[in-house]
Design a binder for this molecule. Sequence first.
Ligand SMILES: NC(=O)c1ccc[n+]([C@@H]2O[C@H](COP(=O)([O-])OP(=O)(O)OC[C@H]3O[C@@H](n4cnc5c(N)ncnc54)[C@H](OP(=O)(O)O)[C@@H]3O)[C@@H](O)[C@H]2O)c1
Length: 383
Amino acid sequence: MILGATGSIGQSTADVICGAPGLFDVVAVVGGRDVAALARIARQLNAKLAVIADPSAYGALRDELSGSGIETGAGPLAAIDAALRPADLVVGAIAGAAGVEPTHAAVAAGRTVALANKECLVCAGPAFMRTAAAAGATLLPMDSEHNAIFQALGGTDPKSVERMILTASGGPFRTWTRDAIDTATPEQALAHPNWSMGPKITIDSASLMNKGLEVIEAHYIFGVPADRLDVLVHPQSIVHGLVTFSDGAVTAGMAQPDMRVPIAHCLGYPDRVTTNARRLDLAEIGTLTFDRPDFDRFPALRVALEALSHGNGLPTVLNAANEIAVAAFLARECGFRDIARCAEQVCMEFARNGDAREPESIADALALDRAARDCARKFIAMA
Ligand SMILES: NC(=O)c1ccc[n+]([C@@H]2O[C@H](COP(=O)([O-])OP(=O)(O)OC[C@H]3O[C@@H](n4cnc5c(N)ncnc54)[C@H](OP(=O)(O)O)[C@@H]3O)[C@@H](O)[C@H]2O)c1
């Protein structure tokens, strides 16, 4: 089952599946709006069901798949129903908080969920993890850094971990001045040096908000306190995550920057699936470098880490404000620097007014998400 089948992770998942013929049967593929891509991937994977979340796209999807024998559905409820179909593994790869409800439905049904969608945990981490524990669901981290850390842990209890380090490539603005970053265009921010990804995560990578969201994700998925999580800038994107154990030993998860590697790990787990991802040749690369992040040039990372330390629902608020600001930036309704400013202002407003509380449930998290989006829209309108 692939939620977010038409996106970058969805396409890479399809690549891994097609590269391992006979290993996987695809129960369902779910997309947002891109009917042509969904129909193509449903046929390519011989899926039993294809669901498009946009209800107005139903007729087009039915037409595209007529005669294929693939069942079709449309609308947010059909996406949730699809997520509930029995499956050995659900890939959660919808972008943004739009993924919370379908992914949570799969978790509540006790499925094994390979989670690429970090916003699920940033928006509703405590409720998500409580549901997973109660339903006996397994979460496999598909995000490259978390997957590297998961592999570096090698089954060791995260409680005996002294530090977890997530690396960041530094994005396209790693060497830029603060003034140049502040006035960057969408085209410049979308030109990621190492990774090819969907637009939202690419902008988050340019602002380093992505690394902040990932630290929050790591906190929830591994149950490690915020003060044991670190970020290092590593422009080569070869070492994705490191674990320092209480005896001083350090293990690292390494691979070429290719999402098919963590995807294959999740699809095959606990076995291995063969991919044709480029193999790592450290002698060819020669030098790996690491730096501390610069919070002055990349304030979004600082704001995200502060939201995690503050807790009390601020990660939910941060995620919502960031989604609104990134969409506004891509639509040229605000500048690049307004992304971090919007996230910070909205978090400060909710913290000051006492409007943010730790969401007890998914419904609470989504209500807080909506309120924070309203506040962020007002900020953007004045930016
Ligand atoms: N790309 C990467 O390398 C990468 C790496 C690590 C983690 N992640 C995480 O994985 C997630 C997906 O990233 P991506 O780069 O694949 O994004 P993407 O290319 O923008 O794809 C997003 C997917 O979500 C679908 N979608 C959007 N709104 C939806 C809705 N309301 N209901 C159902 N589906 C909806 C989209 O459908 P349509 O296109 O049909 O509208 C598309 O399939 C994000 O959370 C990201 O942070 C990505």
